[in-house]
Ligand binder design. Structure first.
Ligand SMILES: [Mg+2]
Length: 339
């Protein structure tokens, strides 16, 4: 029997710039740092709770506090931890993801192995990541183009009544490929299709969540008519039928904070591949700890959107790297790749 001590700490980090999406603005993140300790080894994880899913920093910390110490005969069995957490109720996916991440980190450190090797990832280098712009007036967007100079792909948040102006002002400055995230911001099929036709002429390679998650029939029509691949984000939390989602979207954006962790995310990727869907791995606004765990999952993906750690003012440690061409890379060190 092994006893893991679990400790949480508030991880409050200011953002470099105010970040606005169609649901609101923020200036800081209020995440949770998780430490899981046994045998003198500490595994590190991070939870980035999301109001969209009724989670807060306090609710995540309360969930983990409820678990107490984790006693197990199977310390290397991540599924045993997942089953253990399931006994303490539903929801709190960010907290679950943070704790599972900490166990993966602990196992890797204990076995002196990078987790990407333990999981037999195809490589430690994944797809190119985007650099995200929140919603802003077109003049501010121009400053952000300068911030994004080192990154080859841009992600632009939409869902305003001046979406086309945003794209046009960016296109005056750069022709970098753009991933558009509407965050459920387009309310009718006509509006969505009009935007897709416009974006098709402006080198947009993926559109995330054009319409609200409840617009199932509408999205089925939009998918059939769209010439740009459409990815589900708010429409997928991990509990939906992927077969059904495949009628609305060409791909899915997987986030550890929504699925509850690395192991469930990998299962979803394998199921989605069987349905011919494309895969993106995204993030919440989170530090390099959670982004590194996400980059690990992105080793199996087509697209990555892992720039949370670039948007926060400082990071608690080092972790995933972004190579000069924009590819994400996991460090060759024991555990998740943090140091
Ligand atoms: Mg999104």
């Amino acid at each position: 029997m092994k006893t893991f001590k679990i400790k949480t700490e508030k991880l409050d980090i200011p953002l470099k710039r105010t970040f606005t999406i169609s649901r609101g603005s923020r200036n800081a993140v209020h995440n949770v740092l998780i430490r899981l300790e046994a045998d003198g080894i500490t595994g590190i994880g991070e939870a980035a709770p999301n109001h969209r899913y009724d989670e807060t920093q306090d609710s995540a910390m309360d969930f983990i506090a409820k678990l107490g110490d984790y006693q197990t005969d199977a310390p290397y069995d991540v599924q045993a931890l997942v089953a253990h957490m399931d006994q303490y109720g539903t929801g709190e996916y960010a907290a679950r993801a943070g704790l599972e991440m900490a166990l993966f980190d602990w196992i890797g450190k204990k076995c002196h192995l990078p987790v990407y090797k333990m999981l037999m990832a195809p490589s430690n280098t994944g797809p190119r990541t985007t650099y995200t712009f929140g919603i802003d007036k077109p003049e501010v967007m121009k400053e952000k183009v300068a911030d994004a100079a080192p990154y080859p792909l841009l992600k632009i948040k939409m869902g305003t009544d001046y979406d086309k102006d945003i794209i046009l002002s960016i296109r005056e400055l750069t022709d970098k490929p753009i991933l558009v995230d509407a965050n459920e911001g387009w309310k009718t099929t006509d509006q969505a299709l009009d935007m897709i036709r416009f974006l098709k002429h402006h080198n947009v390679y993926v559109i995330e969540q054009p319409m609200p998650a409840h617009c199932v029939k509408e999205m089925q029509e939009v998918r059939l008519k769209s010439e740009i691949p459409l990815f589900a984000d708010e429409s997928i939390t991990g509990k939906e039928s992927l077969t059904e989602l495949a009628t609305q979207f060409h791909g899915i954006n997987i986030k550890l904070m929504k699925t509850g962790g690395i192991s469930t995310s990998l299962k979803i990727i394998h199921q989605a591949r069987k349905l011919g869907m494309q895969i993106m791995v995204g993030c919440m606004i989170e530090s390099i700890i959670a982004d590194t765990a996400s980059a690990l999952v992105a080793l199996w993906a087509d697209h990555a959107d892992l720039d949370g750690h670039l948007l926060v003012a400082d990071n608690p440690c080092k972790g995933m790297k972004i190579l000069p061409e924009g590819h994400v890379q996991i460090r060759d060190v024991p555990g998740l790749g943090l140091m």
